[in-house]
Design a binder for this molecule. Structure first.
Ligand code: ATP
Length: 238
């Protein structure tokens, strides 16, 4: 395996009295796509929120690029170049596409670097280029997802956390989103992907974890998980 970029050990995370992530170990190698699958409520989103500092980690540790980030504030974690694209996208609907992109680069001071990232993002997402001055809220669901990913890329992340990027999208967009994720890996990005669309996610994943009730039930390569009888029955429609 490639060098480990993100290493989470014994993670316990919850809300109020309920613990929903119950001792999870997971690792993401540099340049890999690692995916987390599991039923609704298994705790996938909660893990991403813990890693990016949005939720308190009650036990365990998160190490990123050799540095311990457990329970550091979210803004500090963002500075370490972990970019989180949350479930439901959460773009700034009242702002233009161009302003949303710029917002993604708020930690970058170098104007030339911001422009370079912007050019790259617009080359990758030509639909956004055509709509730069439009309000982001007027974009279609698929376009908003592209904007959310483009905005995260504007931060120049070493690790992208993608939460259900294909959720609620028309089939054509779903295909496009997965091909974008694959192309991000091909250019060397590292991605931790949470997906309900287990089949498509496993197709592109180097490694996958199957989460059940807050615990890792199974793990292996994307291919191994695709061929695993239990996974097929539970998550791939038999
Ligand atoms: P989904 O695909 O539905 O998002 P998930 O695997 O990402 O599923 P989580 O969103 O991590 O699951 O939720 C895990 C558990 O935590 C669920 O039982 C959920 O109801 C609970 N939970 C999530 N967010 C909160 C919250 N803000 N307050 C209380 N409980 C929550």
């Amino acid at each position: 395996m490639s060098a480990v970029l993100l290493d989470a050990r014994g993670l316990e995370i919850g809300y109020g009295a309920s613990v929903v992530v119950k001792g999870v170990d997971l690792a993401v190698g540099a340049g890999q796509i690692v995916c987390l699958i599991g039923a609704n409520g298994a705790g996938k989103t909660t893990i991403l929120r813990g890693v990016s500092g949005l939720l308190k980690i009650r036990a365990g540790s998160v190490t990123f690029d050799g540095e311990t980030l457990t329970n550091r504030p979210a803004h500090v974690i963002a500075r370490k170049k972990i970019a989180h694209v949350p479930e439901g996208r959460q773009i700034f609907a009242q702002m233009s596409v161009a302003e949303n992109l710029l917002a993604g680069a708020y930690l970058e001071r170098d104007a030339a670097e911001i422009e370079r990232r912007r050019e790259k993002a617009l080359a990758r997402f030509p639909r956004l280029k055509e709509r730069l001055s439009q309000s982001a809220g007027l974009l279609s669901g698929g376009e908003q997802q592209m904007l959310a990913i483009a905005r995260a890329l504007m931060a120049g992340p070493k690790l992208l956390l993608l939460d259900e990027p294909s959720m609620g999208l028309a089939p054509l967009f779903v295909e496009e989103i997965f091909s974008i994720i694959k192309s991000l890996k091909d250019e060397g990005r590292t991605i931790l992907l949470v997906e309900q669309n287990a089949h498509a996610a496993l197709e592109i994943a180097d490694h996958a974890y199957v989460l059940e009730n807050g615990r890792i039930k199974l793990q292996g390569s994307g291919r191994e998980m695709l061929e695993h009888d239990d996974i097929s029955a539970a998550y791939l429609g038999g």
